[in-house]
Design a protein around this ligand. Structure first.
Ligand code: ANZ
Length: 834
């Protein structure tokens, strides 16, 4: 049983586009509602069924809010730089701009075929020069800023206090060391066969294909996100996000409070500084471990240990930090003795120094004081290398532990802190270390600065040049965009640099008589998505990234609702929050946080309950579903499958079910002569009217709660109760189509027009339910005799005591049970029981 969706869905899509029905008015007197989707990467595969899940949810909310008098901003665009287009170019020679344009066209067509109410005049594409110009502009703002730890904010680099008496070179270096975007030699994942550096998340893929990836230091751009660690953590209090996502952000930032402790190295004046979260365990240290990359290693290694140490360092270079952590987690320990000893700061005892890859150079100080009695990793290492274990903390309940006890308790065998509970022992030890100048309190974060350069062609060029002495020459803001030069060769340069390095005409240029070389790295794909929500507010502004007044209006308290995949719970959100805070410090945005409310849609599994994938053959193509059942059925089904945030499998029977529901709505409204069924406009019976008002109420409240599946159920209950002879009244006909319209906009729009009303239904006001009509005006009263139910009756709501009493006394069951006797006492509970 179907209905002619194919005849009208396209018609309404065209109508909305032609009439710009969903153009966002620039009317700042209305309350605003900014509802945003995570914009897609337009891949060659086209839309998959996961995309429309979040997009339908936001579309329902956008349509609902519009009908409730909000000025709604609901835009769409393309996160279009990225690796797949570049890989394809490497294989085929087709320029990524061409593939990207084709893919964008497919995505746009597919989204428009689903009837989403986007304001298409605001479409943006991160690869377009008029967009990436502003991405480069923001990069330059970051480059030209430093973080003032006193004011706790970014400030223009021109305000950086620079010591006097420095040479030009020293001055330049000093300034560059303070910029929020800086160059540094850092270990990267270098793949010689590919001739390129890989991002951490790419490493596994290539290693599993048999490529070798090694860590090697390279000169890279980094963004100083670590300066914002505390604010990124603190400001989470202002957002309404899923608890799991907040937790992931916190863990990623990874704040640890503890102390730095200094150990002298025996013979020679060197000092080894470690970071520890457990200064209370100082008396339990039995060895020290340095990261193999630690700068002291070369200096302290004795000649006997030289060969073993060098070999170990070589092996470590083949492992990524992630591998090292995973191995440590699995209890796989390896390391080598350096031959050197440290001296205990209190007891002066000699402590052997090892190197081991479970200690990472990038965290803390890259060195640990090992306490095998109380740290699992140290314990494993001590077991393997036969090192002593000393117990210095006991459980507070006095119970005995053997092996390693990593919990908190009471200090023992620890001189001046013995007997103290862990928290107090830590404090006392820190105070002692600070007094003796042997250490200090220290907070560290797991968060690392953001590796921002990629050896790629298809990304935003970093707008910086260098002269022969390595001095920086940023592009003039007014000369932006710095566009990608045309190219036909997308292979990396032989040196491992980006393909841009091959384009010498572009790379070498001169400015004011100076010969300059351009940066050939490009920005990572994250860059464009760090600020796109701002550009949607003012997408065609040629003079500013976003006009101040528009930003102040739309971004008050941030984006009101942001829906997207949980895979972006960490990096995208963290990077975007970081840029937003820099822009906030520099006065470009007015809200502290960009995204106030965030929701992740659940993954849609294949019909077999497994992850959708080509190899399993369980992939559902949205185009096929739309062809067979129509866009409305597709939208409705994606929302009816279950709670938005839950993972759920696709179901062919399910889509047929919602399709039948829509077909029934069609048949109720359109008669055999293909005319609107005017009988529906007859005045409604009381029961119908009650259900109608209940339905209006529930659907509205459910949309507010993003509980779309229950809203749909309620509409189904309503439709089940009516047939083609039921009167709904004119209000009822309109109201039902209106509440259906955010879910099934094409059908609602078509029936609205056929019922004789002017399009667009999307621009009408959400119907108001009448609270007095919702309440049932009869209630069931229970009659009891001596505590046993003997009868029931439907009586008017709020009927007085006397009416209830009379009804009870004349009830058949009650009369029979009283058997002629008069009750001693009659108790009446209003609307409930006699
Ligand atoms: C001594 C100690 C005793 C430690 C003890 C723990 C327990 P979180 O909480 O993750 O911040 N550590 C420090 N720097 C490290 C590095 N670069 N690589 C690997 N491990 C490192 O962990 C901090 C603890 O991890 C530090 O406290 C240190 O071991 C180790 F009963 O110091 B602890």
């Amino acid at each position: 049983m179907s209905f002619p969706f194919a005849e009208f869905e396209k018609k309404w899509q065209n109508y909305w586009l032609e009439h710009k029905t969903f153009k966002t008015p620039e009317d700042f007197s209305l309350p605003k509602y900014y509802v945003l989707d995570m914009f897609p990467y337009p891949s060659g595969a086209g839309l998959h069924v996961g995309h429309p899940e979040g997009y339908t949810a936001t579309d329902i909310v956008a349509r609902y809010k519009r009908m409730n008098g909000f000025n709604v901003l609901h835009p769409m665009g393309w996160d279009a730089f990225g690796l797949p287009a570049e890989r394809y170019a490497m294989q085929t020679g087709v320029h990524p701009a061409i593939t990207t344009e084709q893919n964008v066209n497919t995505f746009r067509r597919q989204l428009q075929a689903l009837g989403f109410s986007y304001d298409w005049d605001r479409e943006i594409n991160t690869t377009m020069p008029d967009y990436h110009r502003w991405t480069q502009f923001i990069f330059l703002k970051i480059f030209n800023s430093w973080y003032d730890p006193e004011q706790k904010k970014a400030r223009p680099i021109s305000e950086l206090p620079v010591p006097t008496g420095l040479s030009d070179r020293e001055r330049e270096d000093f300034i560059n060391r303070h910029r929020l975007a800086y160059l540094a030699d850092i270990p990267v994942n270098w793949c010689a066969q590919l001739g390129t550096v890989l991002a951490n998340e790419e490493v596994d893929e290539w290693v599993s294909k048999g490529y070798t990836v090694e860590r090697r230091p390279m000169r890279q751009w980094l963004l100083r996100i670590t300066a914002y660690a505390e604010r990124l953590l603190d400001d989470l209090q202002y957002v309404d996000w899923p608890a799991g996502t907040l937790e992931l952000q916190k863990n990623w930032i990874g704040k640890s409070e503890g102390a730095e402790v200094q150990f002298k190295i025996k013979g020679g004046g060197d000092v080894l500084t470690v970071f520890t979260t457990r200064p209370d365990t100082l008396f339990g240290v039995t060895f020290m471990v340095l990261a193999p990359e630690h700068p002291l290693v070369e200096k302290i290694t004795t000649s006997e240990q030289q060969a073993a140490v060098v070999e170990y360092i070589r092996q470590t270079a083949l492992k990524t930090d992630l591998d090292r952590q995973l191995d440590a987690g699995k209890g796989i320990k390896s390391g080598v003795f350096t031959g050197a000893y440290a001296l205990h700061p209190v007891t002066d005892g000699e402590i052997p120094i090892y190197i081991a890859d479970y200690v990472l150079m990038g965290y803390g100080t890259g060195a640990v004081m090992a306490v095998p009695g109380h740290d699992e990793r140290d314990y494993g290492f001590a077991q393997q290398y036969g090192l002593p274990v000393i117990t210095v903390v006991q459980p507070a309940d006095g119970s005995l532990v053997t092996g390693c006890f990593s919990g908190e308790g009471v200090s023992v065998n620890s001189e001046f802190i013995s007997g103290l509970p862990t928290a107090a022992a830590k404090e006392k030890m820190i105070a002692w270390l600070e007094e003796k100048k042997l250490g200090c309190r220290r907070v560290t974060y797991k968060l690392r600065d953001w590796l921002f350069s990629r050896q790629r062609y298809w990304g935003e060029p970093i707008p910086i040049s260098f002269d022969e002495d390595g001095f920086f020459y940023p592009e003039d803001e007014n000369s932006l965009p710095l566009t990608l030069p045309p190219s036909e060769n997308f292979m990396p340069a032989a040196t491992g640099e980006s393909p841009l390095a091959n384009l010498t005409d572009w790379v070498y240029h001169s400015r004011g008589g100076k010969k300059l070389r351009r940066e050939t790295n490009t920005m990572p794909q994250w860059a464009g998505s760090c600020w796109y929500y701002l550009r949607f507010i003012d997408p065609h502004n040629p003079n500013e990234l976003v006009a101040r007044d528009k930003e102040a209006y739309w971004m008050k308290d941030g984006v009101d609702l942001y829906i997207g995949g949980a895979e972006h719970a960490v990096l995208h959100l963290l990077y975007a929050r970081f840029w937003h805070k820099v822009l906030y410090d520099l006065g470009y945005v007015s809200s502290v946080e960009p995204f106030r409310k965030l929701v992740h849609q659940g993954i849609i599994l294949g019909e077999d309950g497994g992850k959708m994938s080509k190899s399993r053959g369980n992939v559902i193509n949205p185009d096929d579903v739309v062809r067979e059942y129509g866009a409305d059925s597709f939208r409705l089904f994606e929302m009816f499958m279950g709670p938005l945030e839950q993972m759920k499998p696709w179901s062919s029977r399910g889509i047929e079910g919602v399709h039948r529901f829509l077909a029934k709505v069609w048949r109720l409204c359109i008669d055999k002569e293909n005319c609107f069924n005017e009988a529906l406009k007859k005045p409604p019976a009381e029961k119908t009217e009650r259900l109608l008002h209940q339905t209006i109420k529930k659907v509205g409240e459910d949309i507010e709660r993003l509980s779309f599946n229950t809203a749909i159920s309620q509409m189904m209950i309503f439709i089940n109760e009516i047939d083609s002879t039921t009167g709904l009244g004119e209000f009822g006909v309109q109201a039902f189509l209106q509440i259906l319209s955010p879910f099934a906009p094409h059908l609602a729009e078509e029936l609205w027009q056929r019922a004789g009303y002017e399009p667009s239904i999307a621009l009408t006001s959400w119907p108001k339910y009448d609270a007095t009509k919702i309440i049932d005006n009869e209630v069931e009263i229970v009659f009891q005799v001596n505590g046993k139910v003997r009868g029931r009756a439907l009586l008017p709501l709020n009927a007085g005591d006397e009416i209830l009493r009379q009804a009870a006394l004349t009830d058949e069951g009650v009369v029979r049970n009283l058997a002629g006797k008069t009750p001693k006492k009659i108790i009446v509970v209003k609307n409930k029981i006699v």
